[in-house]
Design a protein around this ligand. Structure first.
Ligand code: ATP
Ligand code: MG
Ligand code: MG
Ligand code: MG
Length: 469
């Protein structure tokens, strides 16, 4: 069997042989990029090279990049546990051309790798192109020998890429693998495309235009290439399984989730073990970069991921901290490729353990309240915003945790009501603020309070103060 590690190196080595510079993964927390919460694709560390702001001593590159899609524009948090192909943390393999080769060479290279080196049969593959991109259509015909029905033309929503409102942009072409009739789902562009049968494994972006502020587009003098292939998805294909969670790496993490909860890997609670395995990676990689759970910004995204995982551990019967016990397994599986995990093992373990300890104090009682308040609700109903806010404010339940908990029963949450309750509480706090009489102090205080959000719990901070990190 080809392991995830083997596939990662085969990809990078293939492009190295084809003259690409091998570049190590950049960080998850992008440097000097306030527009982005987390690195969400392989091109992020090369942004300034594409726009020409930064020069590098090479014109083509390849990398395996750490990515997180759990907030902001690309948010796959809600997909985890519900599809076989989305993670919060995943690795994106890519090759890049900075004004060097373009469309034809990019398609040739991609086709060569997946059919020759990876040995994928043509009749399991199909592609999409942007509806106006006749060039890409003709190239796929020529290079792959696809018949017209294997090249689907789609609109801008899925097949036109833009770096931002202005700047480099262009059509893209996505390569799909057909997992076969036993898996539900239809081909791209069909009404049931959202299943796991036809899975997008690789996206080739043809950066050929520049979007200007006045709405017009000009041709880039030296067009560029940016591609992204999901490592876990291609491993699923190469290992002959149909779910990312059945690849070697995830099998080990799921076995660990089973072990720490005293459940069986194949027994009931499959989704919860998958969520634990997925979220363990995201939390560990973020903590390894120094992100800590908190009530705002990146830290709050991390906290949401951690608490979601904890609720799922509780569903499997855990009533004490268990997720931190999975960290060594992750380090064993991925520490060689990502030494920051090995270096950070003790800090990651301790941070996870403390957050577990903290949240377990209120999680059980919160779940009880949630059960009581949602008892009479049927499918299609919504939980009141007041209740969701009480769970948030007093029991530390991020809104999406409450939503996740009710989703399998088809119950929603009144988000407008939740927002209103939050606004009311802030206004109330302002009104009750006696203040020192010095306007400046008040202003500073409320600026901080707005940013940090309400204090989450009543009382635990003092209890665990000595253990705070
Ligand atoms: P999808 O349509 O399946 O959500 P995408 O079009 O959003 O994928 P891209 O932005 O094109 O994905 O990213 C490039 C590649 O990265 C995809 O072709 C896929 O293989 C992989 N990928 C994207 N999102 C995820 C994810 N959440 N988990 C695992 N792999 C992913
Ligand atoms: Mg997506
Ligand atoms: Mg897509
Ligand atoms: Mg895509």
């Amino acid at each position: 069997m080809t392991s995830v590690s083997d596939i990662r190196s085969s990809f990078v080595e293939y492009f190295a042989r084809e003259g690409h510079e091998v570049v190590a993964s950049g960080p998850l927390v992008p440097r000097n990029d306030p527009t982005l919460m987390f690195t969400n694709s392989g091109m992020v560390p090369f942004k300034n090279v594409f726009t020409g702001l930064e020069k590098r001593p090479y014109s083509t590159a390849t990398s395996a990049q750490k990515c997180v899609r759990a907030g902001g524009k690309h948010n796959d948090l809600d997909n985890v546990g519900f599809t076989a192909r989305h993670h919060t943390f995943f690795e994106m393999l890519g090759n890049f051309s900075f004004g060097d080769y373009f469309k034809e060479r990019a398609i040739e290279l991609a086709w060569g790798l997946i059919t020759r080196d990876f040995g994928l049969p043509r009749d399991r593959l199909m592609v999409t192109v942007y509806e106006d991109d006749d060039e890409a259509h003709a190239l796929w015909k020529k290079i792959a020998g696809f018949s017209d029905d294997r090249i689907v033309r789609l609109g801008a929503k899925s097949n036109f890429w833009q770096m931002a409102d202005t700047g480099p942009c262009g059509p893209n072409s996505e390569i799909f693998y057909d997992h076969g009739e036993s898996v539900p789902g239809g081909p791209p562009g069909s009404p049931d495309e959202d299943g796991d049968r036809f899975v997008e494994i690789w996206n080739l972006v043809f950066m050929q235009f520049e979007q200007l502020a006045d709405g017009s587009r000009t041709r880039l003098p030296r067009p560029s290439i940016d591609t992204g292939m999901g490592l876990e998805r291609v491993a699923t294909v190469l290992q002959g399984v149909h779910s990312n969670y059945d690849i070697d790496l995830f099998k080990a993490l799921i076995a660990s989730a089973a072990q720490v909860t005293g459940t069986e890997p194949g027994g009931s609670g499959v989704t919860s073990r998958q969520v634990m395995a997925d979220h363990l990676r995201a939390m560990s990689f973020l903590i390894a970069e120094g992100v800590l759970p908190s009530n705002e910004g990146r830290g709050y995204v991390l906290r949401r991921i951690m608490r979601r995982a904890m609720r799922h551990a509780t569903l499997l019967g855990a009533n004490e901290p268990v997720i931190h016990k999975m960290v060594p397994v992750l380090v064993r599986e991925m520490g060689q490729a990502y030494p920051e995990l090995s270096r950070g093992e003790a800090m990651i373990t301790e941070t996870v353990r403390l957050e577990e300890q903290r949240f377990l104090k209120t999680l059980g009682r919160g779940l009880q309240i949630l059960a009581e308040e949602s008892e009479g609700l049927n499918e299609g109903a919504t939980l009141s915003g007041e209740t969701a806010f009480k769970l948030y404010d007093t029991y530390g339940f991020p809104l999406d945790l409450t939503q996740d908990a009710l989703r399998t029963r088809g119950i929603g949450v009144d988000q407008a009501g939740f927002d209103a309750a939050m606004a009311r509480q802030k206004a109330e706090a302002r009104k009750n603020w006696a203040g020192s009489g010095e306007a400046r102090t008040d202003e500073v205080w409320f600026a901080v309070a707005d940013q940090e959000g309400p204090t989450e719990f009543l009382g635990y901070e003092t209890e665990t103060a000595e253990g705070e990190v």
